[in-house]
Design a protein around this ligand. Structure first.
Ligand SMILES: Cc1cc2nc3c(=O)[nH]c(=O)nc-3n(C[C@H](O)[C@H](O)[C@H](O)COP(=O)(O)OP(=O)(O)OC[C@H]3O[C@@H](n4cnc5c(N)ncnc54)[C@H](O)[C@@H]3O)c2cc1C
Length: 552
């Protein structure tokens, strides 16, 4: 058998477990490379507990290198796949250098993202619950609300601050609402002016039941338990719009609130949309062997894939639900099929019948149905915790999470609001003489304005037969042409002397430019004044990307 390289994009449940099983069962000379945008695996079902402060953020994640010894782990952002050339293109490091890797088999396990663009006001005013940063942000926001509500003398403001709306009655919505309520109740003792009657938590669900991932009976059971805990559940209701102080429902009523958590509106990630594969319901269609339809040796699983469930008797096709339980089983089947395909052996059809389903609803309570037996309360919660402890990757992670739970049971919750360390939209960088700021072919990360010192920009101009050289001094700027189209840099940018630059982040620069048409005109004028026609509008770099055939 020949050496093969399997490249897996995504280090969540689908990707990380595929890598784990391949590493265990594939021939020793296979190279398994996993590319993920972070260097850790996130145990998403624990995120609501991170938001509520039950467990600390680093304990809900496991370093991929620790979890996957023997697998080549690459922290990078994949920007495209050239299926004709069997190449994955990615940006590496803080300089976002575009590089590529060849594959024999490709696994697409990129999950989904929350798409907030469908409902007016969601992008501006809602919080999400998908990764560690989201959980951290929600926690800080809720503590901020409690701090403010405790001291304000404005009753309307107090009521708004103490009203929490969660959009979506799936796993993440239900668990987030449950954990939020528990966190607030357990911290009330620190806020003498807040009473439990002041708390108003609303779970808004578009469908006629919550927890559609679970059985009907269990969903109804959870609804009753959550209602008893004071959570108002609005079924068959959707949010039409949101502002900074209210959400408006489809029946025209409004809820005054400063907190909207959105767990609905899952959609494909940009990388999924860029693949050139015709998506169905925003997902990558695969066959029952998890092979992307019409793409031999390209596989997909987890939330990103639309997976028909094998061995069905009914006429309507059923698809695998987007759950961690399913993703892990899909990973097992997929790893087996990659190996079988190489050995010309028959592939295994994916099928999985979960032995049970569980959801935590906070306050040491969960709902569960295991082997047809329905459980709720502390027993179900203990079962839930036991199962998750077993599913957590690595002994050290298990021990840390178990200790977190134990301490949380006996000790008061922390109400420390740790400041968000995210950089502001602009920041400074300093370069010494001779430092290379950008090389040709890199992607620009922001809009650079020179504060002091000088940078030299050198672009090869084949039409003129010599390099085009420009000196940029205080007040000059650089990067606007590449940023306008996500093109690669054309020239070499180096520091001539000690130089300080102010950088406006890429996304912020684009937002500003879109909202302020005068800027576009200004940059157009500057470009025409400075550059010869052959060097304008990033045309070389656009050709660069095209010639490499990246499907972005
Ligand atoms: C709050 C919450 C609670 C949940 N609770 C439960 C539960 O109780 N039980 C249950 O079974 N399921 C639960 N789920 C669902 C479960 O977590 C998901 O079904 C599961 O995580 C899907 O795994 P995945 O590998 O498909 O995607 P993900 O886990 O989302 O992983 C995708 C990975 O791909 C990476 N990636 C994406 N794009 C790129 C790119 N361009 N370049 C590099 N890397 C990229 C991402 O960084 C990420 O690491 C919950 C989900 C959430 C959000």
């Amino acid at each position: 058998m020949t050496m093969r390289r399997v490249v897996i994009i995504g280090g969540g449940f689908g990707g990380a477990f595929t890598a784990k099983y391949l590493n265990r069962y594939a021939p020793r000379d296979w190279e398994i490379e996993l590319i993920n945008s972070t260097n850790y695996f996130v145990f998403q079902p624990l995120l609501p507990e991170v938001a509520s402060g039950t467990i600390s953020a680093p304990d809900a994640v496991t370093p991929l290198r620790l979890m996957l010894p023997g697998v080549k782990v690459r922290m990078a952002e994949v920007i495209g796949v050239n299926r004709a050339e069997n190449e994955v293109h990615y940006l590496q490091g803080s300089k976002r250098i575009p590089l590529s890797v060849k594959y024999d088999d490709l696994v697409l396990a990129v999950g989904q993202q929350t798409n907030l663009s469908h409902t007016p006001g969601f992008q501006e005013h809602s919080l999400c619950m998908r990764n560690l940063a989201d959980a951290h942000q929600l926690r800080n926001h809720v503590i901020q609300c409690l701090e403010h509500a405790d001291v304000t003398e404005d009753p309307e403001l107090k009521s708004r601050l103490m009203t929490f709306v969660v959009a979506g009655g799936g796993f993440s919505g239900v668990e987030t609402a449950g954990e939020l309520v528990e966190m607030i109740h357990r911290t009330l003792k620190f806020y003498p002016n807040l009473q439990s009657e002041d708390i108003h938590t609303v779970l808004v669900q578009r469908g006629e039941r919550i927890l559609p991932e679970l059985t009907l009976r269990l969903g109804e059971y959870a609804r009753q338990k959550l209602s008893k805990r004071g959570i108002q559940i609005m079924l068959d209701t959707s949010i039409q719009s949101a502002t900074s102080t209210a959400v408006y429902l489809d029946d025209g009523t409004g809820i005054q609130t400063q907190t909207l958590v959105t767990t609905v509106g899952n959609g494909p990630r940009p990388i999924t949309e860029s693949l050139g594969i015709e998506l169905q319901n925003g997902k990558i269609p695969v066959d029952e062997f998890l092979q992307v339809i019409g793409n031999e040796r390209v596989w997909s699983l987890g939330d990103a894939a639309l997976i028909p469930l094998g061995h069905q008797n009914c006429s309507q096709t059923k698809y695998a639900p987007p759950t961690a339980q399913f993703a892990v089983q899909e990973a097992r089947c997929l790893a087996r099929n990659i190996i079988a395909a190489q050995q010309d052996k028959p592939l295994t059809m994916f099928s999985f019948k979960p032995k049970g389903s569980l959801a935590s609803i906070g306050n040491y309570k969960a709902v569960a149905e295991v082997f047809g037996i329905r459980l709720s309360g502390l027993l179900a919660w203990l079962l839930w915790r036991g199962l998750y402890i077993g599913m957590l990757p690595g002994f050290s992670t298990r021990l840390r999470v178990a200790l977190n739970w134990l301490f949380d049971y006996f000790l008061p919750r922390s109400i420390v609001q740790i400041a968000n360390n995210e950089r502001p939209a602009t920041y400074y960088r300093r370069y010494a003489p001779g430092d290379v700021v950008f090389r040709p072919g890199q992607l620009v990360d922001g809009f650079y304005t020179i504060v002091s010192g000088y940078l030299e920009s050198r672009i090869a101009d084949s039409a003129a037969g010599e390099d085009f050289v420009r000196l940029l001094g205080p007040g000059d700027h650089w990067g606007e042409r590449s940023l306008s189209g996500n093109f690669e840099t054309q020239g070499l940018l180096t520091a001539v002397e000690e130089t300080r630059v102010l950088i406006l982040k890429q996304a912020d620069f684009r937002n500003l430019r879109a909202a302020f048409p005068g800027l576009d005109e200004y940059f157009q004028r500057i470009s025409e004044k400075i550059y010869a026609p052959s060097l304008r509008s990033g045309s070389n770099s656009a050709r660069n990307s095209e010639s490499r055939g990246i499907q972005r």
